[in-house]
Design a protein around this ligand. Structure first.
Ligand code: AMP
Ligand code: MG
Length: 389
């Protein structure tokens, strides 16, 4: 078991102990924000056949090469072809087929003359100008060729990717399973919002923040409620939490007289991989496994709880859900004030980033305990027009 280690080392240890879950097939729309579990190869050409890129006339270029406004080329029109219909005839030398955008190119034709360069007739077309040979058509497979890999395994599926999967004909898609993440709050002083007799209690905010963080990281939160500081109750809840894919506990991991979480986890068979990280806030964070189930014991302080989730749980959930990008992007900015920091302790402060021309600057939002101040920074509140009466 490691103690007081660096953040990066702790993150590595966590990632060594989690693996992507299994895969499942879901309807296309249910795959939004999930991660693709296979390469996807297109089973068709897109577009499926050569087709007209403009409304006009499908012709043999050779026939119309000499067309000018003064000496138009006149050709009989064999048929009028809407998009979605197949041609019934071939364009033989000296003939044309009137064709709409998206309609399949008839055999024999190699060029589309835009309707604007003709008299627009349905029977006998006069062509005033010859476009370049082969112009105004989209060849079969121009967008996607049959057999082409359109998306790779581990790609997160956003709206554009769903459309791409639909366009190659997939109604269902193989994605990584979502981890079920049990969340247990602890503390005699903690009550759930809505509980009776909560007037002089501290309300359980951590479970809801954590559940939101779990969801945003691609997991499925399961709220196990608040356990009192009673080893028997805590042990029962831990046992049900261990039936999930991941267990998070919140609070009760300090060394106070009533901090039973660690002892109860030990009793449940926890193999501890690290205990405490050189980090502020959140140093008492503990990570271990019970069998295959990763267990994160996060400190009860709400800011520490969020920070340690962000640093250790989120990358783990991303790995389990098949993501390749496990960490958030970061940027450098010039701090506009002095802050206190202990040597050798990675310190996280809430900041407000501003981009002013070339320079990025950052200011802190105030004292660490006052985390709600981050939400109420006046400059950051979006302007909302006053409501009409
Ligand atoms: P603990 O880690 O149990 O010593 O708790 C540290 C601090 O966090 C205490 O002030 C607790 O009241 C507070 N705290 C613990 N759990 C929660 C929770 N679920 N929601 C909000 N605050 C909590
Ligand atoms: Mg406590």
């Amino acid at each position: 078991m490691k103690q007081g280690i660096r953040v990066a080392e702790a993150q590595e240890i966590v990632l060594q102990h989690v693996q992507p879950l299994g895969i499942e097939k879901v309807p296309l729309l249910a795959a939004l924000h999930r991660v693709l579990a296979t390469d996807v190869v297109s089973p068709r050409h897109i577009p499926p056949h050569d087709n007209a890129a403009m409304d006009g006339y499908a012709v043999r270029h050779h026939d119309i090469a000499a067309a000018t406004p003064e000496r138009p080329v006149r050709l009989p029109v064999l048929e009028v072809l809407p998009a979605g219909k197949r041609p019934t005839q071939e364009v033989k030398p000296g003939t044309a087929i009137k064709i709409m955008t998206g309609a399949p190119m008839p055999a024999g034709a190699d060029t589309v003359v835009p309707v604007e360069q003709t008299n627009g007739s349905d029977t006998q077309v006069a062509i005033y100008r010859a476009p370049r040979p082969g112009s105004n058509l989209r060849p079969r497979g121009e967008d996607i060729a049959l057999g082409e890999c359109v998306l790779q395994q581990h790609t997160p599926l956003r709206p554009a990717e769903l459309g791409l999967l639909a366009s190659v004909g997939l109604a269902q898609v193989l994605v990584y399973q979502q981890p079920r993440v049990a969340i247990l709050a602890t503390g005699d002083e903690i009550a759930d919002p809505g509980d009776a007799d909560s007037a002089d209690k501290i309300l359980n905010s951590n479970s809801y923040t954590l559940a939101g963080q779990v969801r945003e990281a691609g997991g499925l939160p399961l709220l196990l409620g608040v356990a009192p500081d009673d080893p028997e109750v805590i042990s029962q809840r831990i046992a049900s939490g261990l039936r999930a894919d991941v267990l998070i506990t919140s609070g009760g991991v300090s060394v106070g007289d009533f901090d039973y979480v660690r002892a109860c986890l030990d009793k449940a068979g926890l193999q501890v991989h690290f205990w405490t990280v050189a980090l502020r806030p959140g140093s008492p964070v503990t990570f271990g496994t019970v069998g295959q189930v990763p267990v994160f014991s996060l400190p009860g302080n709400p800011v520490a709880s969020m920070v340690t989730f962000e640093l250790f749980v989120r990358p783990a959930l991303r790995k389990m859900t098949g993501h390749r990008e496990l960490f958030r992007p970061y940027t450098r900015a010039v701090l506009q004030e002095s802050v206190q920091k202990r040597r050798g302790v990675r310190t996280f402060l809430r900041g407000i980033l501003r981009q002013e021309g070339e320079e990025a600057t950052v200011t802190t939002t105030g004292a660490a305990g006052l985390w709600h101040s981050a939400l109420h920074e006046p400059g950051q509140l979006p302007h909302r027009p006053s409501r009409r009466r």
